[in-house]
Each structure stands twice: as C-alpha cells, then as structure tokens.
Design a protein around this ligand. Structure first.
Ligand SMILES: Nc1ncnc2c1ncn2[C@@H]1O[C@H](COP(=O)(O)OP(=O)(O)OP(=O)(O)O)[C@@H](O)[C@H]1O
Ligand code: NI
Length: 261
C-alpha cells in the first residue's frame, strides 16, 4: 500500500495575500500527501489556512491571494505548470470538490438535474436518457428524497443543505480519483451527515478514491480518517496516523484541539 504513488502531493506550499500595506502568509511551507483509498483529514481552528490550502491546490485563489512557492502534484502532473483553462478541465475530470459554501459552487443559471446529468455525460459514454436515470439514482444516494421534482429546480430554489447534497451527488458520479471536501457536511443535520460520510467511505473503498477532508469535527476524523494533519497559523504542526495521533498527541496545540472537543 505504501509503495503506491500518492494521488496528491503538496510540497512546501506557500500562499500569501499581499495588499499595498501588508502581506499575510496564510499557508506557510505546507507539505502533505493523499494516497488512493485514503481519507486524509486536515484539521485546525478557524482561520488557520485549511480552505486556502484547498483553493491553492485547485488553482481557485482570487487575487490578492497567490501561491508563492512550492509544488502541487496530481499523480505525475505538476499543477503549478497548468494554465487556468487546463486546471478547469482537470478539476471537472479528475478532482471532485465539495465546498463549505455549496451555493457558490453550482452554476446559478442551470437546473440542478442538468448539472448532474452533464457530469454523468462527461464521464461515461451514455445516452442523455441513461444519463438522466443515473443522475436520479445518484441524487437518491446522496439523500435527496424527491429527485424527479428537484431535477428541474434551480440552485436558488433549494436549501443550502440540498445544494450540498447536489455537490455530493456530482462528486459521487464524477469518477474522480481525488475528492477535496471542505467541511462537506456542515449544512446538514446529524442524520444526513452520517449518511453522506458513510457514502464517502463506501466510494473510497469501491472506487479507490483518495479524499482530502477538511473539518472541525474530531468525531468525524476519528471515525473516518486514516491520516491527520494538524494546522496552526498556516503551518502543519503535527501529522500522523489517526490512532497514534489521538492516543498520543505530541504538539500542545493538538492536545488543546483534542481537549476542546
Ligand atoms: N481574501 C483574503 N484576503 C486576505 N486574507 C485572506 C483572504 N482569505 C483568507 N485570508 C487569510 O487566510 C487565513 C486562512 O483562511 P482560511 O479560509 O484558509 O481558514 P480556514 O482554516 O479554512 O478557516 P475556517 O475553518 O473558518 O474555514 C485567514 O486567517 C486570513 O488571514
Ligand atoms: Ni475554511
């Protein structure tokens, strides 16, 4: 297992926000890896740099944010050498994403069903009709109870929690090798959360997907993650196997985080 090449490798990444009068380094010399079938958790308190790390990997930073240093490898490809357009292609094919704010991640002017169906058609050679059937099936899987009705609705017509499930349906369909999930279940109630997490666990085993899971929730980490990176003020302060880390946290900050659970 350990000889498998990582799906994602981040090497000495540094990302800063530079304005006229100040520069804030939000991600400071961060390195990490996600392997196939692995769920890797990135934890740390609000503002420590988790989302900026994800956005840097995805090439989705908005100015004044800028990756200043380091490399991001997806398999054998160095993403920092990709153009914006190439990155967009890559995101739609090889990396699935679920964001904290799902409303912004969906296209506002396209019906939900169409967005899911297009994902199906991008990844599988099926007719439009078959794609619709698959889309409906995945919507059901992601916990959307009336897929037929939702199919024609626009993102603004449904709740945040439902949007998040639509993102999850798209992620499940995409056949991507890597999923980056930034607080994927925050907008959901406990029951829905448990169901989605179970589904993520299923697909990583079934499809060999690697997952980078950004979360505040140590319960989720304990249940699902294999490996954990702890971030504080833009730096990785501790990393390790989930059992070791929970049983024997070394860094005072990790102890503090685990203590305040
Ligand atoms: N648009 C921006 N302009 C300037 N600084 C920013 C901007 N976005 C983020 N930052 C800086 O990056 C830091 C990390 O932000 P980030 O969103 O990655 O935190 P996070 O760990 O994801 O927090 P949360 O758990 O609340 O989502 C912030 O504390 C802030 O200093
Ligand atoms: Ni965040």
């Amino acid at each position: 297992m350990l000889t498998e090449t990582p799906l994602l490798r981040i090497d000495h990444l540094r990302t800063s926000f530079c304005t006229k009068d100040q520069a804030v380094t939000a991600v400071d010399d961060v390195s990490m890896e996600v392997r196939p079938r692995q769920i890797v958790a990135l934890v740390g308190e609000s503002g420590c740099g988790k989302s900026v790390t994800a956005m840097s990997v995805l090439g989705l930073l908005d100015p004044p944010g800028r990756v200043e240093k380091g490399e991001v490898w997806l398999g054998g490809n160095n993403l920092r050498e990709y153009s914006k357009r190439e990155l967009r292609m890559l995101r739609s094919k090889e990396i699935a994403v679920i964001f904290q704010d799902p409303m912004n991640a969906l296209h506002p002017l396209l019906p939900i069903g169409k967005q899911i169906r297009e994902t199906v058609m991008l990844h599988r050679k099926v007719s439009r009709k078959e794609a619709k059937a698959l889309a409906l099936e995945q919507m059901h899987r992601a916990g959307l109870s009336d897929p037929e009705l939702l199919y024609t609705k626009y993102p603004f017509q449904i709740s945040g929690g439902m949007c998040q499930r639509v993102m999850i349906a798209i992620a499940l369909i995409s056949g991507a090798r890597l999923l980056i999930a930034d607080e994927p279940t925050t907008a959901l109630d406990v029951m829905a959360q448990a169901r989605i997490l179970k589904e993520l666990d299923r697909i990583r085993h079934a499809e060999g997907m690697g997952i980078l899971l950004i979360t505040h929730d140590f319960g989720v980490v304990a249940e699902l993650a294999d490996y954990v990176y702890v971030m504080q003020s833009g730096k990785i302060v501790e990393a390790g196997n989930v059992y070791t880390l929970f049983a024997n946290p070394v860094h005072p900050y990790t102890r503090q985080l685990l203590g305040s659970r």
